[in-house]
Write a protein that binds this ligand. Structure first.
Ligand code: UFG
Length: 342
């Protein structure tokens, strides 16, 4: 069944891959993005892959009514809400900006949806809502307790989605708690393109492999993990995109949180070694102090998604790194032009 889906943050990393997957499945997509952490070049690459000009609105969702023209022009039937600020460290330095941006934009989106009789929402939440987990792998009913303002915004949005669903039975909301999305579309034409110093491991390792940075700092080798470095549940962005399609297909009345992860983990050194093997490039690293706020291990219990969404992440770390490297080696500077020499 073809539907018209609003994708907020659709020019970004996960949003662009999901928009493409929606189009490949026959849906109509409308993208809203303020381009604060993405670019028109990303949209052009997405349009080329999609084989069409995807309707795009440059809008700041923190402005009430920003979506009025979008709903006026398109028969939006569901929304996937990716737009938001997402850097953990920055959120500690600028908490009010994080609360204002992430909370207001979601409230405005939900107000506009309700005003236009659109009640199906898939929200981009995060495993960060679990904080330092008490149980591994982490099921959805585990205790929550984010350790930074970014994570707090995700949890607060989850709470007001739950309250909205209680107040009006027309809401059908799925909160997708992502673990660690990595990789890129196999074409190598869209991918993760962080501005400045990458905070996340895989983009950083890729920039070392491609020669933009000298070495990886491994944040701690004395964790209680098999090799002492942090273990994460990395998930291929294409599997994650497919998880959103499955969430829309199986959306139900009320509000439900579902993990999207693989259930298996890789350490920092696994990522470094896999990248060196697959790229054929040296990936020098040094052991550095632990990063504040990091946890030893984060692993999803993905059974709820397997059962309720009939979805499973099946691409392994080799596939994730192969596709991330393909993107990075084809586009060493991401969507930007290479800097002029001299
Ligand atoms: N790491 C390094 N060196 C780096 C970057 C990261 O050793 O240069 C290590 C980290 O210490 C951690 C692992 O690599 O052990 C993964 O770190 P990332 O920053 O890639 O991912 P996180 O698990 O810390 O963060 C991710 C998301 C956040 C989210 C968090 C919790 O990026 O948005 O998961 O769900 F909040």
């Amino acid at each position: 069944m073809s539907r018209t889906i609003l994708v907020t943050g659709g020019a970004g990393y996960i949003g662009s891959h999901t928009a493409l997957a929606l189009i490949e499945r026959g849906h109509d997509v409308v993208i809203v993005d303020d381009l604060s952490n993405s670019s028109t070049a990303a949209l052009e690459a997405l349009n080329a892959l999609a084989g069409r000009a995807i309707p795009f609105f440059e809008a700041d969702l923190t402005e009430p009514g920003a979506l009025d023209p979008v709903f006026a022009e398109h028969p939006i039937e569901a929304a996937i809400h990716f737009a938001g600020l997402k850097a953990v460290g920055e959120s500690v330095e600028q908490p009010l900006r994080y609360y204002r941006t992430n909370l207001l934009s979601t409230l405005n989106l939900m107000d506009s949806m309700a005003a236009h009789d659109c009640w199906d929402l898939v929200f981009s939440s995060s495993a960060t809502v679990y904080g330092d987990p008490e149980v591994l792998p982490i099921p959805e009913d585990a205790a929550t307790g984010p350790t930074n303002p970014y994570g707090q915004t995700k949890l607060m949005i989850e709470e007001f989605c739950r309250d909205a669903a209680v107040s009006d039975p027309r809401w059908r909301i799925t909160l997708l708690r992502y673990f660690n999305p990595v990789g890129a579309h196999p074409s190598g034409e869209i991918g993760e393109d962080p501005t400045g110093h990458p905070n996340n491991l895989v983009p950083f390792v890729m920039q070392v492999a491609v020669g933009r940075r000298e070495k990886v700092s491994v944040f701690g080798d004395d964790y209680d993990t098999p090799d002492g470095t942090g273990v994460r549940d990395y998930i291929h962005v294409l599997d994650l995109a497919a998880g959103h399609l499955a969430a829309l297909d199986h959306i139900e009345q009320g509000c439900d949180a579902i993990n999207l992860g693989t259930g298996s983990g890789a350490s920092v050194l696994d990522v470094v070694e896999t990248t060196a093997r697959i790229s054929g490039q040296p990936v020098p690293y040094e052991i550095a102090p632990r990063r504040a706020g990091d946890i030893a291990t984060s692993l999803a219990d993905p059974r709820k998604a397997n059962e309720k969404l009939d979805w499973r992440a099946d691409r392994n770390l080799d596939a994730m790194i192969t596709d991330a490297w393909n993107w990075q080696s084809k586009h060493p500077y991401g969507f930007a032009e290479a800097p002029a020499e001299g």
